[in-house]
Design a protein around this ligand. Structure first.
Ligand SMILES: *Cc1c(COP(=O)(O)O)cnc(C)c1O
Length: 472
């Protein structure tokens, strides 16, 4: 086979996969041991053998999870948008790093264009932004900006011998906050987890009393996070009330909208979930979650006109790599990113944006919210099921009702059976120490019929478990 024949064959495998993505089961569950035997990963005969490579590629698709399938309702993302899929293919075939204009002229302009579009959309005047490798790292970079602003010498001298810094987050905030506190030398004991109310939100009065006691003890409250859509419950912290406290305590207010930040696409939902957003210090959200771009697709926006990224993140001698261009606005993106090589994430993002636009994405999010309302009604109308936490936005936290002492084991087994039979993959988490099933709708192939099917199969397996009586 010459290279063109190989490519054609590869594309035909992809096309076949794509056209059958929604058929059959979402996974042909195979145990790790069986999968090891099937894959023969240590086959010594593969060198130069295209047939063998195609076999592995087909096996990758066959035994993998079809995330575009409507039974895949477990993660915050699902099958990708077609424009971004095409973009990814172009990126793979051209293989470059978007750290400099020289090596990635088009993607550099696309990323800058998209950042400006998003700054306008969010309402950060004169701010700046960058694509990062995901919200976890965006959260860390935001914390780093706040840290270096709170201690102007930190970049040079480190955190030695200075007043102690404290960060504040919702007790249900994403675990990446703990990682960031660790990596940045803040220490996880200095990450204050704020209790949540019945809706899973931070109460501003609790925040204020924690801020006050830190100040009284001689510490500096440098960073507060409003989570916009907590990962398990979907709670939105009160940005406006937190902004009021910022006036007094002068911290950096970061909005982690990895999941629920997508609400900015709809004026209606933005007014409901994100009032005050345009005055925050920074905001991140994942385009690869509710908005359906290919993984990874994230942006971090900063609401300051002081070249924060250059000041905080620039460093070391990059003169072998970075060049001044005639146009200052086209400064190399890599000079202020954490990593040197940067994957081209902007093409897929740009194509998605041009194809769907704010209107298309806004309608998508509103539609998802309608479906979430519907799913909640289903739970409430099916006698075998119950909501465990009230639905406050997009997350549906429910379980199959059985006696409390066996509810966790029962629901865990129920979820495992659904998965192993390829019927559905649904999330699992704890809310107030109760194990819950977390249904998320971020898949454009899911509509009311698919939600009905999901609950029907779930209840059938639950009834089967009850019938077996072995968990009682
Ligand atoms: C998913 C999520 C993250 C992590 O995002 P990645 O892009 O996967 O790193 C951070 N915060 C919240 C609230 C999330 O839901």
């Amino acid at each position: 086979m010459n290279e063109n024949e190989i490519l054609r064959r590869g594309f035909s495998v992809l096309e076949q996969y794509h056209s059958s993505q929604k058929d059959g089961r979402f996974v042909d569950y195979t145990s790790p041991g069986d999968l090891q035997r099937i894959l023969q990963l240590d086959d010594p005969e593969s060198e130069g053998d295209w047939e063998k490579l195609f076999t592995w590629m087909e096996q990758y698709l066959k035994y993998g999870v079809k995330s575009a399938h409507p039974s895949f309702v477990n993660r915050m993302w699902a099958g990708a948008n077609l424009p971004s899929m095409l973009g990814e293919m172009a990126v793979a075939i051209s293989n470059t790093s978007s750290c400099t204009f020289e090596s990635a002229p088009v993607s550099t302009l696309m990323e800058k264009y998209m950042i400006r579009q998003m700054l306008d959309l969010v309402g950060f005047r004169n701010g700046e932004g960058q694509m990062t490798t995901g919200s976890s790292n965006a959260n860390m970079i935001a914390m780093m900006c706040a840290r270096n602003l709170a201690g102007k010498e930190v970049k040079r001298t480190g955190l030695f011998g200075q007043q102690e810094l404290y960060a504040f987050v919702n007790a249900d905030a994403h675990y990446s906050m703990d990682k960031a506190a660790n990596i940045l030398g803040i220490g996880i004991d200095h990450l204050i987890k704020l209790p949540v109310n019945g809706r899973g939100e931070v109460d501003p009065a609790d925040l204020e009393s924690e801020l006050a006691s830190v100040v009284e003890a001689g510490g500096i409250p440098f960073f507060v996070v409003a989570t916009a859509g907590t990962t398990v419950r979907g709670a939105y912290d009160p940005i406006e009330a937190m902004l009021k406290l910022r006036e007094k305590y002068k911290f950096w207010l970061h909005v982690d909208g990895a999941w629920g930040g997508a609400a900015v696409m709809s004026e209606k939902l933005r007014a409901k979930f994100l009032p005050g957003l345009s005055k925050a210090d920074s905001f991140t959200w994942d385009f690869h979650k509710m908005l359906g771009s290919s993984l990874m697709c994230n942006i971090l926006l900063v609401n300051h006109s002081t070249h924060t990224f250059g000041t905080v993140l620039g460093g070391g001698d990059g003169s072998y790599l970075f060049r001044d261009t005639d146009d200052n606005d086209v400064q190399d993106l890599g000079s202020v990113s954490l990593q040197c090589g940067r994957r081209v994430d902007s093409l897929k993002w740009f194509l998605d944006w041009k194809y769907f636009g704010k209107k298309g994405f806004g309608e998508r999010i509103e539609h998802y919210l309608d479906l979430c309302r519907y799913a909640q009604e289903c739970v409430e109308n099916i006698p075998e099921l119950e909501m465990v936490a009230p639905r406050v936005s997009f997350n549906i936290c429910f379980r199959y009702k059985v006696a409390e002492h066996m509810a966790d084991d029962f629901n865990q087994e129920l979820r495992t059976r659904l998965y192993k039979r390829g019927l559905a993959l649904v999330g699992l988490a704890y809310v107030k120490e109760k194990l819950i099933l977390r249904l998320l709708i971020t898949n454009i192939n899911v509509n009311r019929d698919e939600i009905d099917t999901f609950f029907k199969e779930l209840v059938a397996i639950g009834n089967e478990l009850v019938g077996e009586g072995q968990l009682g």
